[in-house]
Design a protein around this ligand. Structure first.
Ligand code: ATP
Ligand code: MG
Length: 344
């Protein structure tokens, strides 16, 4: 639904150059909620602004719903009109809501419809329908100053939906909100994704946001995507930073001659009594250092950190046993071997 190919963005100001995007290949599938996470300055906002051409990419292409937006940008008045039409099919939600304070809630939602040249009657019907959808039917006549932060963001979302977009882009839509309101806004985005089949690309620096609503995620560092995939793929990737952050586990080795292993259970593997089988088969004592069960991106996942007596070399066979059971195994301090093995 959204594809960027070798996207770069270099800002030039007063003789200085900043490379905000450095060859980004992003692929968001139709109907999914896709989260991009990264530290401040990683290039997240630049990416989302390039996706709807609010910012002109320096090079590379952006395709949304099968249309090459970069080809339309800056190619005379006719292409300009087409670009505006294509962009009206992309909704955008902002961190600070960007509502007009002099307009009522309903008039804020109607604004994009005015720009699209819709009649007064049509605008009002659509705006009221959208306000109902976001749970604000009773606030149509209120002004933004009379609303809470969460309500303002609901208006922002209703306005973003006015052009019947296929794609919704959200740049830190919840980072100005308290945790409770954040949850309700994320739930709303999830509902809209399901009810309207809306593809959502959201930018955040909060792992909890990714965890609660995203089907897929990418990690950005210094203008590059360093990891990406569905949540389930990420959890199955040895040494994945995103997986570890999505599902943190504590617990340290109790001595030097110990091997610490993180075991991830997904789907069917979750119901097998593998740890007791392991202890019985190899007659070893296993200590559990930490364990958690959680729902990540709608998926039930269990993780356990266990300690085996002996060094890694002594535990190759029991670790192989766990792998054969179809479990995701990360041996702490042995990422290099793991990557080599999984590449075979
Ligand atoms: N208009 C601009 N002119 C010059 N440099 C810019 C401009 N916008 C962003 N940058 C620079 O590009 C880099 C990426 O910025 P960007 O806003 O995309 O990061 P971000 O990941 O969204 O960060 P944050 O989490 O703080 O919002 C930063 O070094 C920033 O200073
Ligand atoms: Mg930003």
């Amino acid at each position: 639904m959204i594809t960027t190919t070798d996207l770069t963005k270099v800002y030039r100001s007063r003789g200085r150059e900043v490379t905000a995007l450095d060859g980004v290949d992003l692929h968001v599938r139709e109907g999914e909620v896709y989260g991009v996470i990264g530290q401040s300055g990683a290039g997240k906002s630049s990416l989302i602004r390039c996706v709807n051409l609010l910012e002109r990419p320096t090079s590379g292409t952006v395709t949304v719903a099968g249309e090459d937006l970069t080809a339309l940008a800056g190619r005379g008045p006719r292409a300009g009109r087409e670009l505006r039409r294509a962009r009206s099919r992309i909704g955008m939600v902002f961190q600070h809501f960007n509502l007009l304070s002099s307009r009522t809630v309903q008039d804020n939602v109607e604004l994009p419809l005015e720009i699209l040249g819709k009649s007064g009657k049509e605008r009002s019907r659509k705006a009221l329908e959208l306000l109902d959808l976001v749970g604000l039917a009773d606030k149509a006549g209120a002004y933004p100053a009379q609303l809470s932060g969460g309500q303002k963001q609901r208006v922002g979302i209703a306005r973003a939906l006015a052009g019947d977009p296929k794609v919704l882009l959200s740049d830190e839509a919840t980072s100005a909100l308290d945790p409770e309101t954040t949850r309700s806004i994320l739930a709303l985005l999830r509902d809209l994704n399901r009810q309207l089949g809306l593809t959502v690309l959201l930018i955040t620096h909060e792992m909890d946001v990714v965890k609660s609503v995203c089907d897929s995620a990418a990690l950005m560092e210094n203008g590059r995507i360093v990891e990406s995939g569905t949540v389930s793929e990420l959890l199955a990737t040895p040494g994945s930073e995103l997986a570890a952050a999505l599902f943190p586990l504590g617990g340290e080795a109790s001595g030097d001659d110990r091997t610490v292993v993180d075991v991830t259970f997904q789907g069917e593997s979750a119901t097998q009594p593998v740890i007791s089988q392991l202890a019985r088969t190899y007659n070893i004592d296993i200590s559990i250092l930490g364990a958690a069960i959680d729902t990540v991106g709608g998926l039930q996942v269990g993780r356990m950190r266990i300690e085996l007596p002996g060094r890694y070399e002594d535990n190759v066979v029991p670790i192989g046993f766990l792998r054969e059971k179809g479990l995701q195994i990360d041996v702490l301090g042995h990422e290099a071997e793991l990557v080599k093995e999984s590449a075979k």
